[in-house]
Design a binder for this molecule. Structure first.
Ligand code: ZN
Length: 369
């Protein structure tokens, strides 16, 4: 297979030393002609799910200049990640009224997103016919399982990809080495143990996951400390019931726990910061060790300072051994604009190769080649 614009071959895509990056734009992109597809990047918070009080509090924050954007729709639309980060910061405000309102907004937004993702991942996993509905996710996890040196960084909060690895293990279809190492490392982190050093490539979820939780009670000593509640049961493993249990309680203060959704930004607590250091060091090493980066549906937005810093650190580490421009294949319907942003950020260190293609379209081409 060759793409018209640039010489990207099937061998480039199947490079066993690659690091794949799965962005939010690839969430639930299973088949562009399929009505199951959920356009997460532009509509994470459907207006009919936005509660009245949330709308009122956000309007007040916007009027006081505390949030980006000028309307609630904008704040909950394409600026959703900035909005969440700002609200996370407002949870530390001096004014208790602001803290109370921000805590309410954060809990509500996270709950709506988590419920939505949990519901949709079940719908997508079931598909419309027999078997698992998201063939591109299955292909990606099977490709990762077959190539132990390969790494995969996902920016998705949902558990659709996780489910494909668990299915592989459950039915003994493949050994999900990278995913198993990730599960062990997360458990070790939560239990404050030193994780084993992997010999293989890695799987990393950078911006949180529906599998982990945290307490949002500012008076609790476990405030926003990532916790692992339990292992998935059999029905969750095969993806036919929602993965999250939204009514789990904090063992310290007995208030409800909330899913760990950590957008890019600096408004993190100490516990979240430690979690970030843990996932970021894994991701930096994976990027630095990879021969090529392959991004699916990752838009490299200006506000994603975390990922910018991570890529920059990885390029710096690489440069100690190589002076070549590092190749990054970008698959996205807006690939050209993404390539321009990457060139502006990294200049001659990076060689973006832009291909207008979706995740599902790419996998179809590979499997049909
Ligand atoms: Zn608590």
């Amino acid at each position: 297979m060759k793409y018209k614009t640039k010489s990207v071959t099937i061998a480039d895509l199947l490079d066993p030393m690659a690091c794949w990056i799965l962005g939010a734009g690839a969430s639930y992109d299973c088949d562009s002609s399929n009505e199951l597809m959920l356009p997460l990047t532009c509509d994470m918070m459907p207006p009919d799910l936005v509660k009245e009080r949330l709308s009122e509090e956000l309007t007040r924050f916007i009027e006081n200049g505390l949030l980006p954007g000028s309307t609630v729709q904008e704040a909950l639309g394409h600026r959703i990640e900035n909005t969440i980060d700002c609200i996370r910061g407002l949870c530390f405000d001096q004014n208790p009224t602001v803290v109370e309102a921000a805590t309410y907004c954060l809990e509500t937004i996270v709950s709506v997103i988590a419920d939505n993702l949990s519901l949709w991942q079940v719908v997508v996993a079931k598909g419309t016919g027999k078997g698992f509905g998201a063939e591109n996710y299955l292909w990606l996890s099977s490709h990762v399982c077959s190539n132990p040196s390969l790494s995969l960084i996902t920016l998705n909060y949902d558990e659709l990809l996780d489910t494909t690895f668990r299915i592989a293990r459950h039915w003994d279809l493949a050994n999900p080495i990278q995913y198993g190492a990730w599960e062990n490392a997360v458990t070790a982190f939560i239990e404050k143990r030193v994780p084993l050093q992997e010999e293989s490539g890695v799987f990393v979820k950078l911006h949180g996951t529906l599998r982990l939780y945290s307490c949002h009670n500012p008076c609790c000593s476990m405030y926003r400390e990532p916790v692992e509640v339990r292992k998935p049961n059999e029905l969750e493993i095969i993806g036919i019931v929602p993965g999250g249990e939204p009514h789990e309680k904090c063992i310290n203060c007995a208030k409800s726990l909330h899913e760990l959704i950590l957008p890019p930004g600096h408004n993190k607590t100490q516990g979240e910061g430690a979690y970030f250091d843990f996932v970021y060091s894994k991701a930096t090493q994976a990027l630095a060790n990879a021969s090529v980066w392959i991004a699916l549906g990752y838009s490299f937005p200006d506000y994603d300072l975390d990922m910018r810093e991570l890529m920059s650190n990885a390029l710096e580490l690489r440069n100690t051994t190589s002076s070549d421009r590092h190749r990054m294949l970008i698959f996205d319907p807006n690939a050209l604009a993404i390539g321009e942003r990457l060139t502006a950020a990294f200049g001659p260190l990076l060689e973006p190769v832009c291909i207008k293609e979706t995740f599902s379209g790419l996998v179809k081409k590979i499997t049909n080649s």
